[in-house]
Design a protein around this ligand. Sequence first.
Ligand code: F6R
Length: 241
Amino acid sequence: MQIHLYDHAEQVGQAAATLIAAQVISKPDSVLGLATGSTPIPTYQALIKMYRDGVLDFSKVRTFNLDEYCKLPIDHECSYHSFMREQLFDHINLPLDHTRVPNGNAENLQEEGANYDMAISRAGGIDIQVLGIGRNGHIGFNEPANAFVYGCHVVNLTQSTIEANRRFFDSEDDVPRQAISLGIGSIMNARKVLLLATGEDKAQAIRDAIYGDINPKTQASILRTHPDVIFLLDKAAAGLL
Ligand code: F6R
């Protein structure tokens, strides 16, 4: 496990984008595991810049996102489908049919989860997985629990996550209560994992993930058993280390 510290969130983004760029340059048909939320935005901006500068070609890349809200229309401004188009997909030469985000509106969500895991396997597995971390230590939407769940599954969001994500919606009542998320098994199967954390409100979760017990109460703690994981942190997120 490697831990890299940076002064600012922008530098975390530059570092993550550099590692993703190296992956895409060395394997043009790489499979990227992508996250939404505020944390990876500087990473996506840096990747867009590298594409515009002619350094990166995404035409053969395939992507799988970590998660999506349940029962939120795909074209809703707060859906993760919309987020990915706005923050990345619409600005690079990645064919939209090479991208996948779980379908939180599928009639049978269990089947959707199984199909999603299968699609990742058929694509050859994830080469590099980008993760943020919740204030409660969640990765993807794997919330604190009594067990780690292996496959893509439906989760009930905790109050902490609902409050954290409320900032994107008109009111707390509008935040969906359920999501479909890649499981810990699929995340751990990625060949390389980048965990990004910026800001003081992540400091406790980062401390628990790095120094606490490896325990599903802090889902990110399992990453310490991954053979190739890199934590990219700004000073504020590393403040309790
Ligand atoms: C997003 C995801 C979540 C976020 C986490 C942090 O796809 O899976 O685990 O990474 O909630 O969100 P931000 O970056 O908004 O603080």
